[in-house]
Design a protein around this ligand. Sequence first.
Ligand code: C2O
Ligand code: CU
Length: 473
Amino acid sequence: MTITRRQFLQTAALTTGGLLLPGVARSDEGGWTRLRAAPAAAMLLDGKPDDPMTAVWAYEGTVPGLPLRFRRGERARIRLQNGLEQPTSIHWHGLRVPNAMDGVAGLTQAAVEPGETFDYEFVVPDSGTYWYHSHNRSWEQVARGLYGTLVVEEENPPAVDHDLTLAIDDWRIADDGQIHEDSFGSMMDLSHAGRMGNWLTVNGKSLAKFNVSAGDRLRLRLLNAANARIFDLDLSPAESTLIALDGQPVTPRRLDGPLKLAPGQRADLIIDLTGEPGSRLVLNAVSGGDPVEAAVFEYDQTEGRDRIAGRPEGALEAPQRPPLDHANMVEQGLLMEGGAMGRMESGRFQGQEMTPRELMSFGKIWTFNGVAGDMSDMHDPLLRVERGRSVAIDMFNDTRFPHAMHLHGHHFQVLEIDREPARHQDWMDTVLMFPGERLKIGFVADNPGKWLFHCHMLEHHAAGMGTWLEVGT
Ligand code: C2O
Ligand code: CU
């Protein structure tokens, strides 16, 4: 399915005000920030007179949900209220929280029943760009809108004129303007590239618009909130400097082409606006078809390009993180198999060895080390490891599809790609792997508990691409 090209919103009335994700999280109930998950309606379409609102599920009534903003070291107190008809939970993607607060229904907590509440409380450990989302039936709940952005401010952030968070998502919208429901959980999506949408939004709008001036410096915090779609994000002719991936600082580097962002990933960019007053800069999203305009930065008439000269790159402070002990790594292999056109012969599910056809009757079609994962049956972990040990996981993608591997509770470093040392040994929490690729990641297992490790293409996770690690106390 390709994404539809849309008409631009012609109205100039839209200002940045409504699109800049505002302020620090508000507390409403005695120091607790409420996140009520409930049905809502959102104008995901263009907003033309005939365009209907789309029925969504949302946190605090908006898609994305209430934007959360913290300072590092601050205590987050968040009360999930379940106003849905399904059980739910919230995961703080990329934040190294205590295990009991990680929000994985079936592993770190029981799912929160309709009408019930759950209190999440943790000290915010790292600065950077993160997000939160449902972690129960996430293939449906995230696709219906249950996600939001979470920014943790640096003590000394790079000086910018605009700090903008852009949550990019694709939706599968039927002719009536509503979410296509019949295809939730379809074996076609589970066994191929996942649920691809046909409608693109940024911050819940079909085209996000921002007012800027020549000479402004932008910090863009980009999030891919799609279930399964990989985006190539193109801001040319502007020059973008990458300063962080998944919230973790990188040595600042100029991008030499579009930025590839897999589901769950974030990237922070610094962009100096060198265009003419009155011109526009477009963020195009490309994904196996024509580019789609995702966001547009409209310059006013102010001259100011001379403000750009000689500004530093905007480096971020290094986070506090123990170094890898390369001489004493616990090594673990992970073989990824299955999916359409794959060559998996059998897989284990609920303790039984099964053919792919039998697996499919249980909605499973992918395996890690021969086991189809399931959130209602947490089989043995991939690995049990003592706290503080350095771990290397050597992953091989023996399938015909890319996958976006996400580790909970830790950040990992990409060490090797196809047995060669990785050029940028970036730290991240979600890494994209292409078909036939081998990737070695390393991390220090310093956060005790049971941590999920799964493909963030949410249909792949549902259909077996999930396992977990246990870090001792
Ligand atoms: Cu973004 Cu297991 O989740
Ligand atoms: Cu996958």
